[in-house]
Design a protein around this ligand. Structure first.
Ligand code: ZN
Length: 143
């Protein structure tokens, strides 16, 4: 009888902040390979409330311009934001953007591989206003 296994890895990601987009597909695939889990789900979860995770085609138009421009339309850097009155800081837009995007992503694992599309990459978006080292919990559940 097969029983489910759970493997948890921490992926550390250095970012520049200000809508920095980092491709974490390779680290995710490595964690899945290391787990030896062949069928299941990998969940990625960013610890912290000013960054998020999703997928995209990783090409310069989207990475250097389009995604940041869309978030600037949704939650402009120059608010105003009540959050900044609470803490006297400058990252109200960072929290709003992270809340809109969400902190986590699940990808099915089939035959030991991520089921991503040919041009689909896993990305972490850091919306904070300064460089950070992000901790992404990478948990693989399956058999
Ligand atoms: Zn803040």
């Amino acid at each position: 009888m097969l029983s489910a296994m759970v493997r948890t890895e921490i992926i550390k990601v250095k970012t520049k902040g200000s809508c920095d987009i980092v491709n974490i597909t390779e680290q995710t695939a490595e964690a899945v390979a290391k787990s030896q889990i062949l069928a299941g789900t990998v969940t990625l979860f960013n610890v912290g409330s000013t960054a998020g995770i999703t997928t995209t085609e990783y090409e310069p138009g989207l990475i250097d311009y389009d995604i940041a421009a869309a978030f600037e339309r949704l939650a402009p850097v120059n608010g105003p934001y009540e959050h900044e009155k609470t803490w006297h800081d400058d990252n109200g837009h960072s929290h709003v953007r992270a809340a809109l995007l969400g902190p986590s992503l699940s990808v099915p694992v089939v035959d030991g591989r991520l089921t991503l599309g040919t041009w689909q990459q896993v990305i972490l978006l850091d919306f904070d206003t300064r460089p950070r080292t992000r901790k992404v919990v990478c948990q693989i559940v399956g058999e």
